[in-house]
Each structure stands twice: as structure tokens, then as C-alpha cells.
Design a protein around this ligand. Structure first.
Ligand SMILES: [Zn+2]
Length: 64
């Protein structure tokens, strides 16, 4: 049995997904084509973490 360390990147990515989704549900601006100021930073963080997470998966799979 090997205990995996807390996957910090995955945890932050999931939190960003949740933040972005929750914000968009309540924010008409972010449901349209022009996100609000607060939403822009939330969605940018989500996009950055998504990229980082998927890049890491690709490296781990060794398909490159
Ligand atoms: Zn918004």
C-alpha cells in the first residue's frame, strides 16, 4: 500500500473549476461574451490550472 501525497495541483484545479462554475451560474456577464472583472480573473486561473494539470498528465503518460 503506498499512500499518495496530497495532489495539490489537482486540488487547486478542482477548486478553480468549482469557483468558475459557481460564479458563471450567478453572473449574467460571464454567461455572455464579456466576462466581468472578477470573473475574468477566476476564469483565467481556471484556464491556467487546467493547462498545467493536462500538461502534467501528458508528461506522466510519456506520449510526447
Ligand atoms: Zn462574472
Amino acid at each position: 500500500m503506498s499512500a499518495r501525497p496530497t495532489d495539490d495541483l489537482y486540488v487547486r484545479y478542482m477548486k478553480a473549476v468549482e469557483d468558475s462554475t459557481k460564479h458563471t451560474v450567478d453572473c449574467p456577464a460571464c454567461q455572455g461574451e464579456t466576462p466581468c472583472t472578477e470573473g475574468t480573473s477566476i476564469h483565467e486561473r481556471f484556464a491556467r490550472l487546467q493547462d498545467a494539470y493536462h500538461n502534467r498528465l501528458k508528461r506522466q503518460n510519456g506520449n510526447g
